[in-house]
Design a protein around this ligand. Structure first.
Ligand code: EPU
Length: 325
């Protein structure tokens, strides 16, 4: 969002030894510590950060196993998710093609189980390596230890701040996406007259949809969706549909979700400029910093949007980007 003050210390980490060294420094000086991957989904406060910000520069994609229509790759956490999506799609493997063009690193993607257009990292994740800052040792998690669900893992909830993710192992198969496609992806393919679902075709389609709808954070100050969709239980859906005519509720992965973008649009805020923050006129969940000068401006815009949605629907929006500090 290009807001917020400076950090007291910054360190770039490009090898496991850098991690142990950095955390030793942090422990010795009793300092706060925060980890950044690409930083595109993280907000800084105006007062800055009084501790150490660790920039994750761990890199490397390693094929662990390939054959029989399957590939297993270990990706260092500082690699870009999109590079892994490209690498696998180019070789004809399905599983990450619909996550194409999501900004940020593998570490960030694991932490919040990043996903888009019908796929989530959890669909392909088999293991995660991390440094345990409490026990000063490197550990390995299997996927069932990670409590992966919509934008959620142990790393951004119960174990927040404890681990520095160093690598993720993914397994993909030489195939195509099966079953129903994500609505706007199918609509795009229909409109273009495309019927094949090869990974590179889907990658190109998703990249085109994103380029049209989502601001590139390298150009526009934005963290993508600023609010999460609202997850609901299946037995609540009928009640919501009866209360709010036309409310979009979709099954995404294993979760039923109310499209929060619709709520913001219905609250009359799509395209509006609030305290320097633009509510995108293409997708109302997206905020772009046009002229906000501080985190405080963003906080005012956030409050106006959440209050408007609360007043109209009685539903509480939750912020999607993480915060430093
Ligand atoms: N909608 C509206 N008005 C809007 C935007 C959306 O009515 O202005 C409704 C429409 O019914 C539409 C539905 O919401 O059919 C879903 O919209 P869209 O496919 O654009 O997705 P989204 O819910 O706005 C989510 C993710 C995006 C991800 C897309 C595609 C969250 C918080 N956001 O957005 O992720 O790219 O789906 O899968 O889950 C991100 O997390 O930063 C992000 C961009």
């Amino acid at each position: 969002m290009r807001l917020g003050g400076p950090a007291r210390y910054v360190a770039e980490l490009s090898a496991p030894e850098d991690i142990t060294k950095a955390y030793r420094f942090v422990r010795e000086h009793n300092m706060a510590v925060a980890v950044l991957g690409g930083g595109s989904n993280v907000l800084g406060r105006d007062e800055g950060y009084g501790g150490v910000v660790l920039l994750n520069r761990l890199c490397g994609l390693r094929i662990v196993e390939e054959g029989g229509g399957k590939i297993v790759i270990e990706a260092a956490s500082g690699e870009l998710l999109d590079d892994l999506a490209a690498f696998t799609a180019q070789r004809g493997y399905t599983g990450l093609e619909a996550t194409s063009a999501i900004p940020g690193t593998i570490g960030g993607a694991v932490m919040q189980n990043a996903g888009a257009y019908g796929q989530e990292l959890s669909d392909v994740l088999v293991a995660v390596k991390a440094y345990d800052t409490q026990r000063d040792e490197f550990v390995t998690f299997t996927r069932d230890q990670l409590e992966l669900s919509y934008r959620h893992s142990i790393f951004n909830s119960s174990e927040k701040g404890r681990y520095f993710i160093t690598a993720a192992t993914v397994e993909l198969h030489r195939d195509e996406i099966e079953g129903e496609l994500y609505g706007s992806l199918q609509a795009y393919l229909d409109q273009q007259g495309i019927t094949n679902r090869q990974p590179m075709t889907i990658r190109a389609a998703v990249s085109a949809i994103r380029a049209e709808k989502l601001p590139d954070p390298a150009v526009y100050a934005s963290s993508g969706s600023f609010f999460k969709n609202i997850t609901v239980r299946e037995d609540q859906i009928a009640e919501y549909r009866a209360r709010f005519d036309g409310i979009p509720i979709y099954l995404i992965g294993a979760c039923w979700e109310i499209a929060s973008g619709w709520l913001v649009e219905q609250a009359g805020l799509k395209g509006k400029l609030l305290h320097g923050m633009r509510v995108s006129d293409k997708a109302a969940l997206i905020l772009i910093n046009e002229s906000a000068r501080s985190y405080a401006d963003l906080a005012c815009a956030r409050a106006e949007i959440t209050q408007a949605v609360q007043k109209k629907f009685g539903l509480t929006l939750q912020q999607e980007p993480e915060e430093l500090g």
